[in-house]
Design a protein around this ligand. Structure first.
Ligand SMILES: Nc1ncnc2c1ncn2[C@@H]1O[C@H](COP(=O)(O)OP(=O)(O)OP(=O)(O)O)[C@@H](O)[C@H]1O
Length: 325
């Protein structure tokens, strides 16, 4: 009898992802350097992955690709074994949920986009989502402390955001992509939401990728941390290993990585200038390649590992295609 493997399958599998934004003709400009390159990562049920990196590093782009908003070769990104771009049922079923970007202005739910500032009650918005377990809905209304009588065009940004988040989480997702959605929430709402999300991973085996620049209250939330710079994976580690390797707080740890990245970037720009080159390489379409440190890092990876250490912590550094487990 054939043996059935008990090894868990990744919920998110990214394999040598490469991506360039299309130019005005809808195609990547010829000869242009990819924005995302050689990015590989696997996440498993229960993983809570904190996605960090400086502004413009490529976090949103990667989350959107995972969420099926940009087309890539289906072999490069699989969510629950499928391609979100090609298999729209992943999103419409609620198995994959993406909260971020345009979603901040509209609620994108099950393929429909609803303006979030209409003269409509929170109750109508929330109860308008069908196929939802009443118990889960009640729990979310409580967690996010939503007043069902709120009129959406009259509430504060944070109150509107709570209703949005509530709607986005109504279906029991298997994979959730969060792109900086907690900025408007007060301390209590954010803490309660993070607790709820952690419970979802622990009890239901959901996988969450959360991109944020706000580290308050996150110290004990992630199971893994992933650091992206210049569209490339710099580091992917279980959180406990990060803590073991450094006495710094999560915020200070990330700060030290970003400082190191910026210093390397500046150094390379200076060297280019000294050699009579423009400070930044340009793509064929004229856009800037933000690739200073990435090139240094790539040189390190040519030997299989990153020579240039991040924040002086050699242990933190993984090879470019290392997966989390
Ligand atoms: N639609 C687009 N067309 C062309 N380039 C884009 C587009 N969207 C983003 N970019 C570029 O891609 C790069 C990565 O952007 P992205 O939004 O993924 O970064 P990020 O890490 O999420 O940044 P932030 O922390 O500021 O949100 C940036 O240099 C940006 O200018």
């Amino acid at each position: 009898m054939a043996e059935i493997s008990s090894k868990p399958q990744p919920t998110v599998a990214i394999n040598k992802l490469k991506f360039t934004y299309p130019g005005i003709d809808g195609h990547p400009p010829p000869g242009s350097a990819p924005l995302i390159e050689d990015f590989s990562l696997s996440l498993f049920p229960g993983d809570r992955c904190l996605f960090v990196g400086s502004n413009g590093a490529g976090k949103t782009t990667i989350l959107k690709i995972i969420g099926g908003k940009h087309m890539v070769d289906p072999d490069m990104v699989r969510v629950l074994g499928r391609s979100a771009f090609h298999d729209t049922a992943l999103i419409s079923s609620g198995d994959l949920s993406y909260l971020g970007g345009e979603w901040r202005r509209e609620v994108a739910f099950a393929g429909f986009e609803i303006p979030i500032q209409m003269d409509v009650s929170a109750e109508k918005m929330i109860y308008g989502v069908t196929g939802v377990l009443p118990q889960r809905r009640d729990e979310l209304i409580k967690v996010l402390d939503v007043d069902l009588s709120w009129r959406m065009h009259k509430v504060s940004d944070g109150q509107r955001r709570r209703v949005q988040i509530c709607m986005g989480l109504l279906k029991p997702f298997k994979v959730l992509l969060l792109d900086e959605i907690t900025v408007d929430l007060d301390v209590l709402a954010r803490a309660d939401l993070l607790r709820f999300l952690k419970k979802e991973c622990e009890e239901r085996g959901s996988t969450i990728i959360y991109a944020t620049h706000i580290f308050d209250g996150l110290e004990n939330w992630p199971s893994h941390i992933v650091y992206v710079a210049h569209g490339k994976l710099q580091l992917a580690k279980p959180m406990n290993e990060i803590k073991e390797a450094s006495n710094l707080s999560l915020m200070r740890t990330v700060e030290s990585w970003l400082r190191k990245e910026r210093d390397e970037d500046r150094k390379i720009r200076k060297e280019r200038k000294a050699n009579g080159l423009p400070e930044h390489e340009k793509r064929v379409d004229g856009s800037r390649v933000t690739g200073g440190p990435a090139r240094v890092i790539n040189n390190g990876w040519a030997a299989g590992r990153l020579n240039s250490t991040i924040a002086g912590e050699e242990n933190f550094v993984l090879s470019s295609n290392r997966v989390l487990r």
